[in-house]
Write a protein that binds this ligand. Structure first.
Ligand code: CP
Ligand code: NVA
Length: 334
């Protein structure tokens, strides 16, 4: 692929959720990501967007997403302006709509991380520039693009692969993975306490997509039945950003049977990989991890340290791929 001649159909579009794109378009984004990644590894510069400046609007904290956007932007020759969770008037003194209009006059593109999906939708509608969703409560599409690239790199293809998501499947990661798998003809299994299965409306949409993609969507509350022969075991934190700390007690009670352990990995397919969007509570090297240990006696939560640090774990490949895939999304839409 010649990255100086990128496909034109994405130009000016926003990247708000994977549901807005066809399987062919997602495949195209993955191909561009792989091409940009290969160029970077070979030391070939691709500063095609010199003179452009993008806004990074974060209402929640971040390590990976912020760094991925910043480095990807620099690699493309662009400048960035970071607005931290307390550093803008948005929502407090100025509506999202007015903020969108202001930022749209100043920037060539806007990344948004925050709460409701409606916020990123309003930004896209009112700013007049491409808007990229860097995580909302409902969706985390740039993460899933990186995850799909990682699965593809590992297995060579996506179609027919089975991904089991264990834990809180009704939030951004469970939702987005269900959409991504359905679109790409993969089998998605939500493995959890039924309280944490994705909502009916989105599930129905995904089941419909599967009719043509060849994928499937299943929910299962038996951890060993759900993970039998799976290709990918995926998990996420049990309490997400923006949720109250009081949620931990109930989540631990509900989700402990869905922790990813060595036994679960042994039950999965012979070549199964472990994935996690990160950050992860797999040891006691975090302040929240230690607090949970003191309160509930758990030395890890959604995944054991043994699995997290095992050869099957590709979590840092995923983290790296955030940058290559975000770069592709920006290069295609600007
Ligand atoms: N996976 C992910 O989005 O990480 P950050 O919260 O660090 O951006
Ligand atoms: N579900 C997590 C994902 C973090 C990348 C959260 O929203 O906090």
């Amino acid at each position: 692929m010649n990255i100086n001649e990128l496909p034109k159909q994405f130009k000016g579009k926003s990247f708000l959720k994977l549901l807005d794109f066809s399987a062919e378009e997602i495949e195209e984004m993955l191909n561009v990501s792989a091409a940009l990644k290969a160029e970077k590894k070979r030391g070939v510069p691709h500063q095609m967007f010199k003179g452009k400046t993008i806004a990074l609007l974060f209402e929640k904290t971040s390590t990976r997403t912020r760094c991925a956007f910043e480095v990807a932007a620099y690699d493309l020759g662009m400048n960035t302006v970071y607005l931290d969770p307390s550093g803008s008037q948005m929502g407090k003194k100025e509506s999202i709509e007015d903020t969108a209009k202001v930022l749209g006059r100043t920037f060539d593109g806007i990344e948004y991380r925050g709460y409701g999906q409606e916020n990123v939708d309003i930004l896209a509608k009112c700013s007049g520039v491409p808007v990229w969703n860097g995580l909302t409560n409902e969706f985390h599409p740039t993460q899933v693009l990186a995850d799909l690239l990682t699965v593809k790199e590992h297995f060579g293809s996506l179609k027919g692969k089975t991904l089991v998501f264990m834990g809180d499947a009704r939030f951004n990661m469970g939702n987005s993975l269900m959409v991504g798998c359905s679109k790409m003809g993969m089998n998605f299994v939500a493995c959890s306490n039924p309280k944490y299965f994705p909502g009916k409306e989105l599930t129905d949409v995904c089941k419909d997509i599967c009719k043509t993609s060849g994928g499937s969507v299943k929910f299962c509350s038996d951890a060993f039945e759900a993970t039998k022969n799976a290709d990918v075991i995926y998990t996420d934190v049990w309490v997400s950003m923006g949720e109250p700390a009081e949620a931990w007690k109930e989540r631990i009670e509900d989700l402990l049977p869905y922790r990813v352990t060595k036994e679960i990995m042994n039950n999965a397919g012979e070549n199964a990989i472990f994935m996690h969007c990160l950050p992860s509570f797999h040891d006691l090297n975090t302040s929240i991890g230690r607090e949970i240990y003191e309160k509930f006696g758990l030395d890890c939560m959604e995944v054991t340290d043994e699995v997290f640090t095992s050869k099957q774990s590709v979590v840092f490949d995923e983290a790296e791929n955030r940058m290559h895939t975000i770069k592709a999304v920006m290069a295609l839409t600007l």
